[in-house]
Design a protein around this ligand. Sequence first.
Ligand code: GLU
Length: 293
Amino acid sequence: MATPYLGRFAPSPTGPLHAGSLVAALASWLDARAHGGQWLVRIEDVDSTRCQRGMDQTLLRQLAALNLHSDGPPVYQSQRTPLYQQALDQLIAGGHAYLCGCSRRDIELALQHSGQPKPRHGERVYPGTCRHGLHGRGARAWRFNTQAQPRLHWQDRRLGEQAQDVALAVGDFILQRADGCFAYQLAVVVDDAAQGISDVVRGEDLADNTARQILLQRALHLPTPRYLHTPLVLGPHGEKLSKQNGAQALDTEHPLATLNRAAAVLGLAEQHALADALANWVAQWRCLYNLPP
Ligand code: GLU
């Protein structure tokens, strides 16, 4: 029997919903409805240092004002740390994780010595210094060992054939930071599986994380959901809109206009009445993604 469709929208409560995050919210909602499935909201507050107090309520209010309601009570990552610890323990037991004692500065120096200047979104590929031991340094973080992992190939429902060699492109990534905070990669994989998420629909800025997440799913013997990454909303200078670069909060006083802007990014036709806008877009979404009526 096919697994039932379960989708999710997983905002981090670091700022209100903006034009870019609404595209991901609307797309994941439409995909769930177009499959006759369910849609859940998960508040990704695993990194408490970045979260704003009360922002979860703001996000839920904004979604509700746009008629996007979660089919179950929202799940909070901050309440799920035992699950992330269990997964980390499993990775350690399986020989997939190792302790790292490197500070940012240690990593910079090691990379300068090895002549590897390649920045990747500001981050550098970890040079593997602690892969075979801490060299007398104190343990700071847990990393995933990508060395023996194959080049991954997967299908994205919008972007098509994708491939990444995580060891080369990203390196041994963090599972738990020096401050004890579990990494997004681990939390998202654990939660998607625990909630039975069949389809991940999210912004294209996150597409690059998919290979890391598939590696973790395999190492933890968890199923891999289908992935669909939505187009990004760019700012006036072609930059990605984000809460960090001051993207404007959404105008929820005019839900139809706000939804129309997000729908246009997804290639959906403008609607003139709020009452049937979402239903019409569900039908259009089915056509766009070849889903049965
Ligand atoms: N919490 C992430 C964000 O707000 C999204 C995670 C995901 O959809 O996988 O960027």
